[in-house]
Ligand binder design. Structure first.
Ligand code: ZN
Length: 279
């Protein structure tokens, strides 16, 4: 009986600690969300992320707050001789946080570290990325691991993030994988959908579009989405996310139902931002 009472006390103390930790984090985040971005940060964002210039003032303000929280909670590590500076941290954090705008978020709760290489790197390890086995000694521009790590090659961010005409964006891609695996069931191309979204509709539309892309790739037909999206369902969701933000007008025109699903999930309408800018 004594040991049962002791266990109960330990359990209650642990519950109190978890509760106190959550409360502390809630207030810390609340404070960080209200710290405005410096002109230096805004300069990095405007120069490195063309999409940033299309955000409304309120979304920009929300993004600045998210960056503060992200930088407070995640660790950046330079690899391959690169030194982490504010431009690298702010640019990568901003791209990761664009995926979190306008909806409830817990800031990639499983993610602890972002490893940054100067260039595409040779990975020495083999393992699973989604359903795909990746070999050791392969050259990679980025990767996302369920163990709390995202790896990014900075020169890929630096050159590609500046080009809104291209659908390639390694940071959006890898952080879409993080969202995909947030429910703990691995990367399957199905993130946690918010209220009002239907998993059945998501599966029907994304499944159908994935098979269409597979057939297009087999026929050697071009699509606004990269062929890499036909690798498996997880890569399809990551590539669709890149295309949604980087080539929104072409994506909406070519894949209206898929665009609508991503618009419902991300609660953002990048094609709408660009359309109104073109008027
Ligand atoms: Zn991928």
């Amino acid at each position: 009986m004594k040991s049962a009472g002791y266990l109960l006390i330990v359990f209650l103390l642990a519950l109190c600690c978890v509760g106190a930790g959550k409360t502390w984090r809630f207030f810390r985040r609340k404070k960080l969300l209200h710290i405005p971005a410096s002109d230096l940060w805004k300069g990095f964002l405007a120069t490195n992320i063309p999409l940033y210039t299309y955000l409304s003032d309120s979304l920009k303000e929300e993004l600045h707050g998210h960056i503060n929280v992200f930088l407070d909670e995640k660790r950046f590590e330079g690899c391959g001789g690169i030194e982490i500076n504010d431009e690298i941290r702010v640019t990568i954090a901003a791209l990761a946080c664009i995926l979190l705008l306008n909806r409830k978020t817990d800031y990639y709760p499983k993610l602890k570290s972002i490893l940054v290489y100067p260039h595409p790197y040779v990975a020495e390890d083999a393992g699973m990325l989604g359903d795909m086995r990746v070999n050791a000694h392969s050259v990679r521009a980025g990767e996302s691991w369920s163990t709390g790590v995202v790896v990014i090659a900075w020169d890929q961010v630096n050159c590609r993030a500046r080009n809104i005409g291209g659908a390639y964006n390694v940071v959006l891609h890898e952080f879409a994988h993080q969202l995909d695996e947030e429910d703990g069931s691995g990367t399957m191309g199905v993130p946690i959908l918010g209220e009002g979204s239907s998993y059945a509709t998501w599966a029907k539309i994304l499944g159908g579009e994935y098979h269409n892309l597979l057939q297009k790739v087999d026929r050697d037909e071009a699509d606004v989405m990269s062929d890499y999206g036909a690798t498996n369902e997880a890569e399809f969701f990551a590539v669709a996310t890149e295309t949604f933000f980087e080539k929104p007008l072409q994506f909406r025109k070519a894949h209206p139902a898929l665009y609508d699903q991503l618009k419902g999930y991300y609660k953002l309408d990048p094609a709408g931002w660009l359309s109104s800018d073109l008027k």
